[in-house]
Each structure stands twice: as C-alpha cells, then as structure tokens.
Design a protein around this ligand. Sequence first.
Ligand code: FE2
Length: 135
Amino acid sequence: MAFIEWDDRYSVGVARFNEQHQRLVGMINRLDEAVHQGTERQVLLQVLSDLAGYTKTHFAEEERLMEEHGYPELASHREEHKRLNREVAGLYTSYFTSKKPLTADMMAFLKNWLYDHIQGNDKRYQPFFSERGIS
Ligand SMILES: [Fe+2]
C-alpha cells in the first residue's frame, strides 16, 4: 500500500490540478519508498529537491488560472502557497544540513502538508471555477 492513497474525495474539480496533485502524491510516495529501501542520502535529497521544484510549478499554474479569472481569494491563496513553498524548502535544508536520516515525522509532515492544502484552500476554488465552466 502506498504511503498516500489518492481518493476522489481529494478532487478539486479541475482536471489539470487533480493531475498535478496526483503527481505530487506520487513524488511523496516515491520518497517514502526510497526511505524504506534505505536509499542513499544523495538520492533522497534529489527527490526532495524535485518535489520542491514541482510544487513551485504547480502553485504558479494555480495562481495563473486564478489571476486570469479574477479569483477573489487569490491574495490569501498566494500567501498560503508561499508558506508551503517555504516549508518544503525548509525541510530540504534541514535534511541537507543534518546528518540524521529522513524521519517518519518528516514524511508525516509532508503528507499533511499536501492534504491540508488540497482539502482546505484548494477545495475552496472548486465552485468558483465550476461556475466558469472550468473542469
Ligand atoms: Fe493551491
């Protein structure tokens, strides 16, 4: 069983964003698998760095669509994205600078980090885009 199982309840109603969220889930699952396989540190750092990079790309795409359609909560959503970017970058840095292994706590943090955002802020744009025929 994967570390994070995708479920339709996590759908935000916009196909491209669901796909991007699933890709993020896949990256976190890969990281978890690699941790369990005792994969070398250098590889884990690369996966974490890829995750941080793709997160930025995904957030920018969400913000672009929100901007294009005048989403009223864009400013607060953008702030939340900034915070999440900082958090994943912080995780990378603390793992990079410490000599300790990547812990279950860090993995649990990443799982919640993604879920909370999808279930919280992202779900809020679903009706807005749906009213504009974007699915
Ligand atoms: Fe978002």
